[in-house]
Design a binder for this molecule. Structure first.
Ligand code: UDP
Length: 418
């Protein structure tokens, strides 16, 4: 069996006073239509990164509105996750020729994992490439049942053909695919149903719920961060696409103008991301012992409350990605009323409206300059924060995504139960 992830409970009722009523009504209506439908989500890690973050909220909410929803993770050897990370990078545009050994590693693990698949489901939603080829092996064995959706969280606009063309036939076996933005759908991708669903954050999760000042202060104190001095923060896996080295360079530019500035770089090390360790060390070397740069991770006990506190304690949030499927951290920061300086890539411009709730930047100099500008103008920062929070409330809170997913499930479910 694949491993089920325990998720706790949540109630849609608690979101009624936060999001617009029409979204709540849509979810309830679809919940009634699909009562008891068996939904399975499959991905590759129960923690670290955006997919896990999303599922911890969406699975309990699906259950609350009547679906029989579950979440399972696949196992994988270190070699397998090294290959899938390379594939992930190549799908985001990094040079890579998929070798026969890589392909073999990927397919054999998917075959093994298909053998671990049990149970009967109406809808199976498979996230990202790691488990994507399982369906082919189930089909080969005559065990394909239910409707299969491939959920792509990656920006495929510059995907390397060697990896995309290898994966494509496996993906085209699916009944539907979901992308974050329409630009991510590759030309010629042969798929009956394509849905565009940007991700969302959970305003009631430990990561995003309102916390009081004493709690924030105690977290800062625990990590030796001075609450009386300005703070800029990037919360991201240590990954080349998140450009942690560029963030340090931008901080150095701003620090010339704002000498008190502290930089927090907060990362969780995900189990499916061996590259993270390598990049952590690289970032640490680049920080070069600067006592005002704090590299923090789950290894130092940074969990959801701590991330929440760091984001709230910040004067400005940076997300200087050079590729970004969506960037949940951007909405997390905006929801907390913080201006965000984000890379002008992928899903970030959906969230950062340039000049309104932050700035979109394309290089280190611009990032450093915008950092200085926001840090020197707290009134503007506040107004940006206010705009950003409402933008997120309307567009990027969990019930909206739930409504979108359930709409898609319902169209496929009707086809299954016919
Ligand atoms: N995250 C976290 N702790 C960390 C770093 C990241 O909890 O130290 C969370 C972050 O708050 C966000 C998710 O991991 O919810 C990252 O999602 P995002 O879409 O920004 O990036 P991804 O990692 O999926 O590329």
């Amino acid at each position: 069996m694949l491993t089920s992830v325990p998720v706790g409970t949540k109630s849609l009722k608690n979101y009624e006073h936060i999001v617009d009523q029409e979204i709540i009504e849509k979810v309830r209506r679809l919940g009634k239509d699909m009562r008891g439908a068996k939904i399975l989500n499959i991905n590759s890690t129960p923690f670290g990164g955006g997919v896990a973050e999303l599922l911890y909220t969406l699975i309990p909410l699906m259950r609350d509105v009547g679906l029989d929803a579950d979440w399972q993770v696949i196992p994988g050897s270190e070699d397998f996750f090294t290959v899938t990370k390379l594939f992930h990078n190549a799908l985001q545009g990094m040079d890579l020729i998929a070798t026969p050994e890589m392909i073999e590693t990927y397919l054999r693990q998917n075959e093994t994992n298909a053998g671990l698949f049990t149970g009967d489901y109406d809808i199976i939603m498979v996230h990202d490439p790691q488990p994507a080829a399982m369906l082919a092996f189930l089909e080969e064995k005559g065990k394909r049942k239910g409707r299969w959706i491939w959920r792509c969280h990656i920006d495929l606009t510059t995907a390397r053909p060697s990896v995309w063309e290898f994966l494509r036939p496996y993906l085209e076996l699916y009944d539907a695919a979901v992308f974050t933005m329409s630009q991510y759908v590759k030309d010629g991708f042969n798929m009956d149903t394509i849905a565009i669903v940007p991700p969302t954050i959970d305003p009631l999760s430990a990561k995003n719920i309102n916390i009081d000042q004493p709690t924030i202060d105690s977290v800062l104190e625990r990590y030796n961060i001075d609450s009386n001095r300005p703070i800029a923060t990037q919360v991201s896996r240590f990954d080349p696409w998140k450009d942690p080295l560029g963030v340090i360079d931008a901080y150095r530019i701003a620090k010339k103008e704002v000498p008190d500035l502290q930089l927090l770089m907060v990362a969780s090390m995900a189990s499916d991301d061996p590259e993270g360790w390598h990049y952590y060390e690289k970032t640490s070397r680049h920080a070069d012992g600067d006592p005002d740069i704090h590299l923090l991770s789950n290894l130092e006990g940074v969990g959801n409350i701590e991330v929440n506190a760091f984001q709230r304690a910040s004067d400005v949030i940076v997300q200087k990605s050079t590729r970004e499927g969506f960037g949940l951290v951007v909405s997390e920061a905006l929801w907390k009323g913080k201006p965000v300086i984000g890379g002008d890539v992928g899903g970030i411009p959906l969230q950062v409206i340039n000049g309104r709730d932050g700035y979109l930047v394309s290089n280190v100099e611009e990032c450093g300059q915008k950092l200085t500008q926001i840090l020197k103008d707290p009134q503007m920062a506040k107004e940006m924060g206010r705009f950003g929070r409402e933008h997120v409330r309307k567009n990027f809170l969990s019930p909206r995504q739930l409504a979108d997913y359930m709409g898609l499930f319902n169209s496929l479910y009707a086809a299954v139960s016919r």
